[in-house]
Design a protein around this ligand. Structure first.
Ligand code: ZN
Length: 402
């Protein structure tokens, strides 16, 4: 009896939290690292029985997290240049990769990275055509100058809150692009111009997603640090880094109500890199809340993700696991070594980020964003725990479908 009274009041509390969240001026984001397309991933996506490519199983374990935020943003580090499909070193993945991204709830793919020009101008253009056809927002590479003028600054807005997004890469592996195609390179003159223009567009915050750094280094190099300071001095609010294929620290600071947040590298979101530290990455969940006409960060946390590569029915499969979820225990894995590898990744990630991050902690790996239900989720009662998750998941999904 007491138990059911508790459950009912708990549900009321959830409803209250939910209804009060509807009126608040808030916007939420999820940033993901490098979406790679190595040869074994392409091979794994091929469905012999259907004679087509399919990537849905890769993203399925993250569906509720990705679809629970207002804007989910990842770095597409392949071209969608059509056949012949190819992995490293010059990537072209099947369009179905982007279809799966869209279906999992991703809203934006940034496209400026060292693989943007892997299939020359044609590849840049076709990639953007595919993203447009799927209604996936993008920035970083452009079909022509006119296009760049219009789409360079991507404005993501909700409830009257306007967040700007710009995207740059340190280079394109020596593969040139030529007129009319344009790829945003890290160039201080260009960036200063773009940021100054963006600042006149009535934005609440400005985010720069930047492809930089040395591969496989756990800490930012002097180039990253120099540009990070440059972004801060220009008035950029959030810097999201990718490219090193391993996670680098995240930093948050606040001075006189002025916030600045940097993720030096989110690591791999999905790839066939299997060595320690490269076999996963982190997502950054970020929410802003507007009070008294001032927009401040209301939530900032990292969620580790590990790429599970396994054999089933004589075929390799890939899955991105929010590996801190208790369901990914030893029983989940047919190969117990995989569990150990995941645990090593999670332990390393936590040791690295919990030591070197400034004011950004690990968040719960569930699809809920608002009003700190963390205390509820950490309840000792497993029944209540799943109830809370189901409730929020259902409501957020409904809202999303409208
Ligand atoms: Zn890269």
């Amino acid at each position: 009896m007491l138990n059911s009274v508790f459950k009912i009041s708990f549900l009321y509390l959830l409803c209250f939290l939910w209804s009060s969240s509807i009126n608040a001026q808030e916007i939420s984001f999820l940033f993901m690292g490098d979406i790679m397309g190595h040869g074994p991933q392409i091979k794994s996506a091929w469905q012999e029985n259907k004679k087509q490519y399919e990537y849905s199983e890769v993203f399925n374990p993250l569906d509720d997290i990705i679809s629970s935020v207002d804007f989910a943003i990842g770095n597409l580090e392949v071209t969608l240049a059509g056949k012949p499909f190819n992995g490293y070193p010059q990537f072209s993945s099947p369009d179905e990769l982007a279809v799966a991204c869209k279906n999992s709830g991703m809203d934006v793919l940034v496209t400026a990275n060292n693989h943007s020009c892997d299939r020359k101008n044609k590849g840049v253009i076709r990639t953007l055509d595919v993203l447009d056809s799927l209604n996936i927002l993008h920035t970083g590479t452009f079909k022509d100058v006119k296009n760049r003028e219009k789409d360079n600054l991507l404005v993501l807005s909700k409830d009257g809150i306007r967040i700007g997004l710009l995207n740059y890469t340190y280079g394109t592996n020596g593969l040139p692009f030529s007129d009319p195609v344009y790829v945003n390179l890290v160039d201080s003159v260009l960036i200063k111009k773009d940021v100054t223009n963006a600042k006149n567009k009535d934005l609440d915050k400005l985010v720069v997603f930047v492809h930089w750094g040395y591969e496989y280094r756990d800490f930012p190099n002097s180039y990253q640090k120099k540009y990070n300071r440059f972004f801060q001095d220009l008035g950029v609010d959030i810097v999201i880094g990718s490219h090193p294929h391993v996670i680098q620290p995240m930093e948050y600071s606040k001075k006189n109500n002025q916030e600045f947040l940097t993720v030096f590298s989110l690591g791999n979101f999905v790839s066939n890199q299997r060595a320690e530290r490269k076999d996963g990455g982190a997502m950054l969940r970020l929410s802003f809340k507007k009070t008294d006409n001032n927009l401040l960060i209301s939530r900032k946390e990292y969620i580790p993700v590990w790429v599970h590569k396994f054999i089933e029915q004589e075929k390799y499969h890939f899955q991105i696991l929010p590996c801190a979820r208790p369901i990914y225990n030893e029983k989940y894995f047919s190969n117990k070594e995989d569990f150990q590898k995941m645990k090593t990744f999670l332990d390393n990630t936590r040791a690295h980020l919990n030591t070197n991050n400034l004011a950004i902690e690990e968040g719960v790996p569930y699809g809920l964003v608002k009003f700190k239900p963390i205390t509820i989720l950490q309840s000792q009662d497993p029944e209540l725990r799943s109830l809370a998750i189901e409730q929020i998941k259902t409501k957020r999904r409904k809202r999303r479908r409208k």
